[in-house]
Design a protein around this ligand. Sequence first.
Ligand code: ATP
Ligand code: MG
Length: 636
Amino acid sequence: MGAYRDFHRRSIDERAAFWREQAQLIDWREPFAEVLDYSRPPFARWFNGGTTNLCHNAIDRHLATRAGQKALSFISTETGQNRTYTFRDLHAEVNRFAAALGEQGVARGDRVLIYMPMIPEAVFAMLACARIGAVHSVVFGGFASASLASRIDDAQPKVMVTADAGMRGGRAILYKALVDEALRLAQYPPATVVIVNRGIDKDLKTVASRDLDYDSLRDRHMEAKVPITWVESNEPSYILYTSGTTGRPKGVQRDTGGYAVALASSMKHIYCGVPGETMFTTSDIGWVVGHSYIVYGPLIHGMTSVMYEGLPVRPDAGIWWKIVEEHQVNVMFSSPTAARVLKKQDPSYLSKYDLSSLRHLFLAGEPLDEPTHRWMAEAIGKPVIDHYWQTESGWPILSAVHGIERTPIRYGSPSFPVYGYDLKLLRESDGAETAPNEKGVVAIVPPLPPGCMTTVWRDDERFVKTYFSSFRDKLVYSTFDWGIRDQDGYHYILGRTDDVINVAGHRLGTREIEEAVQAHANIAEVAVVGIAHAIKGQIPLAFAVVKDAEKIATSEARDRHELEIMETVDKQLGPIGRPARVHFVAMLPKTRSGKLLRRSIQALAEGRDPGDLTTIEDPGALEQIRLSLQQVRNDS
Ligand code: ATP
Ligand code: MG
């Protein structure tokens, strides 16, 4: 691992020289005076004094060489619409949007809240904000009015951009109606709402003094040329709220120059994309993955980005692979959940399409269990790269860096610390570094590299308190995830530090137990939660989805299966991790970004209220948990 090691070492030991080089990957209007100003730890100011612009780097700078190349390919299996924009088209659309926002008084530093389905206008709006130095805050379209209202009040946008509706699985979601409700709840509602009317909501209601139709605005600005607003590297480009899986969402603030450099560099070294090629990221623009690798990353790198509105299994489970074939996708980025969904489908969909253009599949967002990792890699016959990061980091923290060295992939592992990250695994009790194979908190010694969050929006104190106060006497960034490193330096994420079960004084990560359950051949997916127990403190309960439901058709078969699973855990992890019960369900409750709602499962199992469920994918899944718990209670 010489080349990777050297690259990583240089990024830490010769930080300034290393990042000065990476900074050449983007355009600067005025050069930076210093690579890093770290005079006020843990606040890092990257490329201090330099001026640049994200929109310029994503579009304008490519016009000389690739104006006619596709920049954005939009596919919707919900509406049947497909649209393609070259860099020249994208430039024109973004100028129109920027002019429309400017006309509404949006200026440098103003916030624009974008609450949109996966349509090209959402990308135009984001890039338009960047063009004029405004700060966008995209709120995922799955959030209900109350969650939206709290984000409105935190960001206090001047303008909101929305659509009449989105579509999901053939059903309309009325975005504008949700916005109206949120604006009633908000304390600081914006004066203007721009609506992209897709013609889905036939009863669209508008408020004359506030709501503007984007089509009419656009008509007035067809020939608009809006000059780039050059901003200082550390001016905020956007605010993005964390998913809120573990509590009150935090407004992650991102800078401009550092972010552009980190993305450009990751596109080259991690994703191994080549300008002119095509990237397909299956996430949503409402999440960080969408910001970084549907919008800014591929465009900054001169690649075509595929934007998909629809489900992975509609019209059938071959849809993504069909897109890969038709659009000659070279780099693909998806999530472990999606991989597990596909694993449950007919495997023939995977061989139906020509995937020869595809070089890599990247997965991130939650733990990728070893069997799914192996299955996915074998099914598509390509390297599947698990990589680990957070909304806060903006780009990968742990990953193979194949642009530097083709280190072998180990299933179940997101490989190594990415360059720029001085990553440590620390003992929770005293903050000392752990030995190989000893579990520790995944922590980063600051300064955080370029691209990472610079603070919590308008709350520096919360930034320091939340992220840098886990260890006494030590200023380190905590990811709040557990990890281990094996003797060869491969890392494994064991779950979140708050997903810990304390069984009779033994602290076990739910993820460790889940991995052990997964070792049983008939398990497709499993969630383990700890519930209160009078004697042991907590006991683990497992909720499992089986691959072959025939095998648990009778109650005897179920019991046998449950026992087998318990024995599997005994063998893999030891009897201490053995689930007290294994509940068989047809699906697990997840957020629409594919994250397991462990808190809600745990609450139900302890007879409490499941809490905020606005982002749940399918409420039926919680109902199943409820019924299964009921069943077991009745039986015993
Ligand atoms: P919140 O912070 O509001 O609770 P969240 O942590 O779910 O929300 P994200 O920033 O989208 O929101 O998710 C980052 C987290 O997802 C990581 O901290 C980690 O727990 C998990 N994660 C991401 N990628 C991986 C991966 N490859 N392997 C294991 N876990 C991962
Ligand atoms: Mg988090």
